[in-house]
Design a protein around this ligand. Sequence first.
Ligand code: PXP
Length: 245
Amino acid sequence: MINLGVNIDHIATIRQARKEDFPSLIGAVAVCERAGANGITVHLREDRRHIQTDDVYNLRKFAKTKLNLEMAASEEIVKIALDIRPNSVCIVPEKRQELTTEGGLDVKINKRNLANVVEKLKKSGIMVSVFIEADVGQVLLCSQIGADAIELHCGKYAKFFKENGENSREFKTEMEKILEASRAALESNLLLNAGHGLDYNNLEKICKITGMNEFNIGFSIIARAIFTGLERAVVDMKELIDRSC
Ligand code: PXP
């Protein structure tokens, strides 16, 4: 079984478009959990474009499954994470101008700071994952800095699937990298997670990877929910994952 963390950032995107107090994130959590989500994921960005600090405090109180906080390893956000104590955090790179998290973290460049952050978070009982490209070197660095898990950035996997097709050289090369990185993670006793760009069409191949623990999926679920309702969109994704793995 592969766990599904539903990323609800874009429910907050809608709310922030009008600076209103709806749609309710707490309401969304209840629906996602009723529909079988194994966890709730949010990204507290430094620019607060969708999720706000108070949201994370509220979600910590109301999420019954597990709260996964995506965050940059910046002083301000680490302080908040240590106060809120989500079940897990996923450390991501962050650029102000990007539409979404465009790539994985370069653990080599940030190694010393990341090792410190991982240590602090783990000391307060938070499980730590690091969002990286499918690259064996990066996986080994995650193990060296003491991470518990990696989350593979599936942006290229999703792009090549859509633009070049699953039989293309580009897609197959990326898939090979994902498989190698996955094997390296499991051999290093790291939990293996994946996310970004995963949708109802492209999930099948990545579901087949041995040892896959969790997917974090947001945009495709929230987009489908406009037409089907949130509960149906989560149920559909859960069923698809269960059928495919
Ligand atoms: N995992 C991580 C670490 C992310 O940064 C994101 C995007 O916020 C996701 C998963 C979800 O990606 P998507 O919204 O494309 O499903």
